[in-house]
Design a binder for this molecule. Sequence first.
Ligand SMILES: Nc1ncnc2c1ncn2[C@@H]1O[C@H](COP(=O)(O)OP(=O)(O)OP(=O)(O)O)[C@@H](O)[C@H]1O
Ligand SMILES: [Mg+2]
Length: 308
Amino acid sequence: MSSALSLQGLSKRYGALTAVERFSLEVERGTVLGLLGPNGAGKTTLIKMLTTLMKPTEGDAFMEGWSIVTAGRKVRELIGVVPQENNLDRYLTARENLVLHARMHGMAHREYNRRIDELLELTALSGRQNEFPDTFSGGMQRRLVVARALIHQPRILFLDEPTTGLDPQSRRALWEHVRSLRSRMTIFLTTHYMDEADSLCDRIVIMDHGKSLVDGSAAELKAQFAHAHVYELELRRDSDRYEELFRALPAVTSLERDRDLFRIFLKDEESLKLLMNSIMSGDIRKIRTLEPSLEEVFLELTGRTVRE
Ligand SMILES: Nc1ncnc2c1ncn2[C@@H]1O[C@H](COP(=O)(O)OP(=O)(O)OP(=O)(O)O)[C@@H](O)[C@H]1O
Ligand SMILES: [Mg+2]
């Protein structure tokens, strides 16, 4: 069986800048794929090409076998899109925004009215459906854009930072909904929330500078890349003196401190013994291991410097 998504050497150049560079990827049906990367990594550019909003400079991609270059119309029927920026029509009410979208997808009146009622219910917008998007909060607009993307029952759903600006309740509700959809569609999402990627995605791709760096499940990436052994240590006394001492230890690769509480990054597990030997046991109030996180993997791969 062919993949739901097949990216074959996709590139996008903006003048001298290569935003996406020969990107290839196969995604099986029913996967929730999370694409992570720092600001400017090329995520939105990739999604714009896949959703036919922008032509690739080179390469091609196939959505359920249809080319984004030669079969744009067919691709647009198959996909649902939540773009990074809310692009609602401000001169139409919330419901009218949804109706317009349904009509553009050739849905019949009876069919779409029921569907729209369901989606308004799901996104908790039924009570505001006859108001204009400008009178909505940012999070409510986001929920409306998500509802709109789902009306025509797409086979592949693209979500570019779907939960940015949502409150914790709406985020959880959206996660639940994405989980319930995965049996019927393939989902391609970007996010800057590592917990979101961790709990929602079957597969994670981390990209930077237009290229894929790693690809695997959250558990696989953590096992493979979170090399740092991190301990949280709370001292009873002498924290200033200990800080100097810890910083001088070759086994300590990095250190964060908040008064008597230290977060210590060690080179490897064996280094723990060296660290413990340097502390008088009576001076320790508490020590615990911190589990490797996806955030650590992300920082290890993409560095700690903030992008322009
Ligand atoms: N229309 C454009 N013209 C010129 N350069 C662009 C254009 N759109 C994006 N870029 C550049 O392409 C690179 C990738 O941008 P893109 O929006 O794809 O990043 P992103 O990974 O989605 O980032 P973010 O996490 O901030 O949304 C950036 O260097 C950006 O400045
Ligand atoms: Mg983006």
